[in-house]
Design a protein around this ligand. Structure first.
Ligand SMILES: [Zn+2]
Length: 441
């Protein structure tokens, strides 16, 4: 728990601390001066820096006394792969929690670099008590440009044409090998990998900003599942608060480990997160970077408020509203009673499968949250396993019935408040025969 004091910034701190405990308390509109997320986003430039500009900029941060710089490897074309460590000089790094941030594996996705540098700058130069208190407990270890050759050329792959975020189980490239070695050396408490989604795409999962991480599974360590579950729910709530639509997708053992967050999460047991910021007309560089900055703050907040792998942050249920007592009234005072407030509810329906054979085994479930003023996010579980979490009140999930297997499957859709409590829930049963949806009820 961070030390309390009289500074306005600590009201925000209180919210973050409570957020980590599963109870988000927003004290009205955030005070601009006290809103650390807005302060960091304000440091983002309007256009991306070139790779050379990034190196020059990092040198200027070195002078703050809180920043260490290193090159952890060299690319095929001879560029250094920079590593930035932002730490409180008075703190012993091994006694702090460590958040490892990887930006721009895809060279044409600059918002991760922009976010990483804004975070580094903010914690490097801020004289605020709040920031210094955080740095006593949290060290940022940042690879701001994981793919320097791709960044210099403005393209996704590295100079050998390899998509680095498909290279993690094999690690054939100097970039993935260097970053894996740095992670092994630093042993971080969490890993965050920053990306961007194209504006135009037909893939349903790519329609909104999203976070992807390990789901709850008995095959994974309980502490890991507690961290990924709490952080992802907290992220969705804060995204809702800042006006961003977002989804969360959960991975389970058996998925391909070629992606960075799955390799470090499912194979090596780190709480690891893929953060995807959506491109679009309203998504300026700073707005996209804001998604990444929020993810880093939410994860950092979790880390500094958790002890080791103890699942301190087990979801707390928000108290249920008191049951309405019928008022005792005199006979002559009885008039038309006021209508009771509408109860929050979730409506679920299976949409008809498409007509083409490619779509016949895909069923779309539409969930709609109604009359829930305190709605924060929606979860979709299939057969007891959480598949998706979203902060949109209307959501369509696409299910491939051929992968579910024949039989009856239970889909539970639940709406949650910011505190994590379930405010409404609906169950839908899908009966599948020969890979096709037979009945949904
Ligand atoms: Zn990417």
């Amino acid at each position: 728990m961070l030390r309390r004091g009289g500074l306005h910034r600590l009201s925000m701190l209180g919210a973050w601390v409570l957020g980590a405990a599963g109870v988000l308390v927003f004290g009205g509109a955030p005070c601009q001066a006290g809103d650390i997320w807005s302060d960091i986003v304000a440091r983002c430039p309007s256009s991306p820096r070139s790779f050379e500009q990034v190196l020059t900029y990092l040198e200027t941060l070195r002078g703050t006394g809180r920043v260490g710089l290193a090159s952890i490897g060299v690319t095929h074309q001879g560029r250094p792969i920079p590593l930035v460590v932002v730490a409180q000089p008075a703190a012993t790094v091994s006694e702090t929690k460590k958040l490892f941030i990887i930006a721009r594996q895809h060279g044409n996705e600059p918002s991760g670099t922009t976010a990483a540098l804004a975070l580094a700058e903010h914690f490097a130069v801020s004289q605020g008590v709040f920031e210094q208190e955080i740095l006593k407990r949290l060290t940022f270890i940042i690879v701001p440009v994981a793919n320097p050759d791709g960044a210099a050329a403005g393209r996704r792959a590295n100079s050998k044409g390899v998509d680095l975020n498909r290279d993690w189980s094999a690690r054939t490239q100097p970039e993935t090998r260097a970053i894996a070695a740095a992670i092994e050396a630093w042993q971080p408490d969490a890993i965050l990998d920053l990306h961007e989604l194209p504006a135009a795409t037909r893939r349903p999962a790519y329609q909104e900003n999203f976070l992807e991480t390990a789901g709850r599974s008995p095959l994974l360590q309980a502490g890991l599942c507690a961290a990924t579950s709490t952080i992802s729910r907290s992220f969705a709530s804060w995204m809702h608060y800042y006006g961003y639509p977002c989804n969360v997708f959960y991975d389970y053992p058996g998925k391909s480990l070629a992606l960075c967050h799955r390799y470090f999460g499912l194979a090596l047991g780190y709480p690891a997160f893929l953060c995807e910021a959506k491109n679009g007309p309203a998504m300026t560089l700073a707005r996209k970077a804001g998604v990444h900055i929020l993810a880093a703050l939410v994860i950092g907040n979790y880390l500094i408020n958790s002890q080791g792998t103890t699942p301190l942050l087990a979801a707390q249920q928000a108290p249920s509203p008191p049951t309405e007592q019928a008022p005792a009234v005199k006979q002559q005072e009885v008039t038309v009673p006021p209508a009771p407030p509408p109860q929050p509810r979730v409506a679920v329906q299976a949409l008809p499968p498409g007509e083409t054979s490619a779509e016949a085994h895909r069923v779309q479930i539409e969930a709609r949250v109604l009359d829930a003023d305190n709605f924060s996010y929606l979860t979709v579980d299939i057969n007891g396993r959480m598949r998706t979490l979203t902060n949109r009140s209307v959501h369509r999930i696409v299910i491939d019935t051929s992968t579910l297997g024949d039989g009856t499957h239970t889909v539970v859709v639940a709406a949650h408040s910011a505190g994590g409590g379930v405010i409404a829930q609906q169950t839908c049963e899908l009966t599948i025969e020969r890979g096709r949806l037979l009945v949904a009820k």
